[in-house]
Design a protein around this ligand. Structure first.
Ligand code: SF4
Length: 288
């Protein structure tokens, strides 16, 4: 547990969290939407600082990152919490719960680096849930990892404010950003957030020289409109991301989206055809 860096005190003991665009106003004793930041007597605490609930060694391709040191492995880490409410969340058992609902490790940034070195992993991936909701922890880890010559990899939905993100960017080597659709309405309907901050995150990462790959999960009749996919690809190209690998991923029924059938293969192939037609150089199909 550690005091958060990004918040403001309000009248009456409440606080405003300034980490992500939700800007939660949190009364004393309550937590924000991500469930991991709690107002304790006017002090906003990150309850998951140093307390990952998941640790694993993964092939880097699993993130997915296909063009960043392929064939290597990374130490993957997650704490509970997410600032989205995706109806199709694959990791809702750790992303949509309070820190006290699941067991956790006690792992200081220093111990994490030692663990990484012990297992000969060249990098750390902050992944599985939404690492940006525990930015204080990952920034402290990332700074030490950077000094130790280890890579820092972020797997994220990209919903964060620019100022806090800027504190992490100098230490970040690669990221896979989940661009869930190219429609603000669909973002709100499926995830409970907005599109523009995610686009801003992608641009900020590109400008900072972070190696970027993009994932777009295609959900039948929700975000598989080919005109919208074309617009998304055009935006990527206009923003100098034609060479960023684009992963179209297949949907399977999950969490609160059990009634929707898996994405047909022809939808994925058509999305790939359109992306390539629009000039995206590396297009992959995932979960197929
Ligand atoms: S990081 Fe969490 S507490 Fe802070 S504004 Fe976002 S959802 Fe709210």
């Amino acid at each position: 547990m550690k005091e958060c860096r990004y918040y403001q005190k309000l009248e009456g003991g409440a606080v405003a969290c300034l980490l992500c665009p939700h800007h939660c106003h949190i009364a004393d004793g309550k937590t924000g939407r991500c469930l991991s930041r709690r107002n304790d007597g006017g002090i906003l605490l990150s309850e998951v600082y140093g307390k990952p609930c998941a640790l694993a060694i993964d092939p880097i391709e699993k993130k997915p990152l296909y063009h960043f040191h392929p064939g290597t492995e990374c130490l993957s880490l997650a704490c509970t919490g997410c600032n989205f409410r995706c109806l199709n969340c694959q990791n809702h058992d750790i992303s949509q719960v309070s820190p006290t609902d699941v067991p956790h490790y006690d792992l200081s940034p220093e111990t994490l680096i030692a663990l990484c070195q012990k297992h000969h992993c060249p990098g750390i991936a902050y992944t599985y849930t939404e690492p940006l909701t525990y930015l204080e922890y990952i920034t402290d880890c990332a700074r030490l990892a950077y000094e130790a010559g280890l890579w820092n990899i972020l797997v994220t939905a990209g919903y964060v404010c620019q100022e806090p993100l800027a504190d992490l960017l100098p230490y970040l080597d690669a990221a896979n950003v989940d661009l869930k659709s190219f429609s603000d309405d669909i973002y709100m309907q499926v995830s409970g957030g907005h599109l523009q901050p995610v686009l801003d995150t992608i641009v900020a990462m590109r400008e900072a020289g972070v190696w970027l790959e993009i994932t777009n999960l295609l959900i039948p009749d929700i975000n598989d409109d080919m005109d919208m996919i074309r617009q998304m690809c055009r935006w990527l190209k206009e923003n100098n991301l034609a060479n960023a690998p684009l992963h179209f991923s297949r949907f399977f029924p999950r969490y609160k989206m059990q009634e929707i059938q898996p994405t047909p293969l022809y939808t994925l192939k058509e999305a790939k055809r359109i992306a390539e037609e629009e000039g995206i150089v590396h297009v992959y199909l995932g979960n197929v």
